[in-house]
Write a new protein. Structure first.
Length: 575
């Protein structure tokens, strides 16, 4: 019997004793493991045979080694220094503590050939294993060593900077091995942001360090970075400038650029902005997944009755449909979803945007270029000569754009656009304040939508909330609705699915006003937004908070998220 056969038999015995896999699954795992360098636990998870946590726990029981979770594990600096950074990331391990003269190390792959010998040589110590999940280990490595610490270690050793050639700018970021050090470090920052579902990356120069933060589900999270990263600040920022075709010599003026990348086959656009600050240039990167702009109405988080109303509005032959809310409330995503829903070969759709966030097949999209006189108003005026059926204006910012959009709606065009107001009814006052005649507003607008984004609870680790009725009453929660469902809260420890945050993704809360014969006379009379809102409430409109309470009771989000996203409703129906 060969050594390979004996090894295979041993693995088969261990996997059988876990009791997690069937014999057919075990044989498939062993066959896949023989033909690839993938770890056995990764194959088990990728094939859907078991979740990683229960499989690793069972494996630890069979091998008689401890299983640990690293979420709140305290590891002292002297222990972290006992293992080279390169070994940490190469073998996906983390040193834990000294155990009777041996270094205890957490791993997710106890079958890795040569790992024990390599770790012994790297540390000069005896090594004992504990098992943990790959997610826990990689999170701990980033927490204690910083994102891209292995690359940074090489940069420190080389003490030199390599700048990329043009042919390196379109590489897939999931292949990071052969890149030059600074190139790889920047790619790792973007790669980690993508894996963490971040929408923005901020590189912020401080006096003594370079801070990096990711915006995930609308909340900024500081990212652990290697010490002395400030030393490579200029090189990192220059690399980003090269990628986005900016002038690397210009450091006194703000600049804008764009990067197109591939991440595991997915196309991603990155909008880049630099801004001079007292300690160097601050860089912001907005990550835009091209495919995410193609979502349908069913993925916006609309209540069934609201979706029916909105579908009816976006299929009208003419009129204006305005989406309102602050920056970052998902207005653009909603507009793209509306266009995606009605985008057929018998409609000519033109958009004018600043900037174009997602490219839509079958839609003619125009980029605003104010520096050469191509403003929203100028573009919109020329769009009307292009025989459009549907027009999307990224934002109504001035009287001229609002006036042209209103007249376009009155001459048989359907117009979608956005405004920055606190609620749906406030859009009317805003347009009138811009100088648009009330009769023009009343006759052109068909619908007003307000929206906010709230974080979704992770369904895998959410937990019931102990109801505080006094607190609910203080926020004007309708107490009679408590029987409709269970209110949940986020688990502060999180889980693998949500990367320890307790939340996973975001959804919208909405209020929709249909401008009908009850609302139009109020607009003509220049009634306040509160009066318009009261009239809409009388005829069945649900406020942002009403929609939010529904999602709280459905276990989708938390009470605190709704309070944070939507202010208390000032306009109440008079009794």
């Amino acid at each position: 019997m060969t050594v390979a056969t004996m090894q295979n038999n041993r693995l088969e015995t261990i996997l059988t004793e876990t009791g997690v896999l069937t014999r057919e699954q075990i044989l498939d795992v062993l066959q896949r493991n023989a033909g690839a360098a993938k770890p056995i636990p990764e194959i088990v998870v990728d094939q859907g045979y078991a979740k990683e946590d229960p499989f690793i726990r069972a494996l630890a029981g069979v091998l008689k080694v401890p299983f640990i979770r690293l979420n709140d594990r305290k590891i002292t600096p002297d222990i972290l220094e006992k293992m080279p950074t390169k070994a940490i990331f190469q073998y996906n391990v983390i040193p834990l503590e000294m155990d009777n003269g041996a270094l205890r190390v957490a791993t997710c792959d106890p079958f890795n050939p040569g790992m024990m010998d390599a770790l012994r040589m790297a540390t000069g110590l005896k090594v004992r294993l504990s098992l943990s999940t790959s997610g826990d280990i990689s999170t701990a490595a980033k927490k204690f060593y910083g994102v891209g610490a292995d690359t940074f270690d090489r940069m420190m050793q080389d003490n030199r900077i390599e700048m990329p050639g043009e042919d390196e700018l379109k590489q897939d970021l999931s292949d990071l091995d052969s890149e030059a050090s600074v190139v790889k470090f920047v790619n790792q920052i973007i790669w980690e942001a993508h894996k963490d579902r971040a929408t923005d990356i901020h590189l912020e120069p401080m006096e003594m360090d370079l801070r990096i933060r990711y915006r995930i589900d609308g909340v900024l999270h500081p990212i652990p970075v290697p010490p002395q990263l400030k030393r490579f600040q200029a090189s990192i920022i220059s690399r980003i400038k090269v990628m986005s075709n900016m002038d690397i010599a210009e450091k006194r003026l703000p600049q804008d650029g764009r990067i197109s990348l591939r991440i595991q086959g997915a196309e991603i656009d990155v909008r880049v902005s630099t801004m001079p600050t007292v300690y160097g240039e601050s860089v912001s990167l907005r990550l835009l997944m091209r495919s995410s702009g193609m979502m349908g109405m069913d993925r916006l988080g609309l209540a069934p009755e609201d979706e029916k109303v909105l579908v009816k509005l976006i299929n009208k032959p003419h009129g204006i449909l305005l989406n309102t809310g602050p920056t970052g409330s998902g207005k653009s995503t909603s507009l793209y979803a509306w266009l995606h829903t009605i985008n057929t070969t018998d409609l000519r759709i033109l958009t004018i945007e600043d900037p174009i966030e997602y490219e839509m097949p079958g839609v003619n999209q125009i980029h605003v270029r104010a520096e050469i006189g191509m403003t929203f108003a100028v573009g919109l005026r020329h769009i009307l000569r292009q025989d459009p059926d549907v027009i999307m204006v990224g934002e109504i910012r001035d009287k001229e754009t609002a006036e042209i959009a209103s007249r376009a709606a009155l001459t048989g065009h359907l117009v979608f656009s956005t405004l920055h107001t606190n609620d749906a009814a406030g859009a009317v006052s805003r347009l009138i304040d811009m100088g648009i005649e009330p009769f023009l507003v009343a006759s052109s607008i068909e619908g007003l939508v307000a929206q906010r984004l709230v974080r979704r609870l992770c369904p895998a680790c959410r937990r019931p909330w102990k109801v505080d009725e006094t607190f609910l009453a203080s926020e004007e929660f309708p107490m009679d609705r408590l029987k409709e469902g269970t209110i949940y809260e986020a688990n502060p420890e999180g889980c693998e699915d949500c990367r320890g945050t307790g939340f996973k993704g975001r959804t919208g809360i909405y209020e929709i006003i249909v401008v009908d014969d009850n609302i139009r006379p109020l607009i003509v009379q220049r009634s306040s937004s509160n009066i318009i809102k009261q009239e809409a409430l009388r005829h069945g409109m649900r406020t942002l908070r009403d929609d939010g309470w529904t999602k709280v009771l459905a276990g989708i989000t938390t009470f605190e998220e709704v309070i944070r996203a939507a202010e208390a409703d000032e306009a109440m129906v008079e009794t």
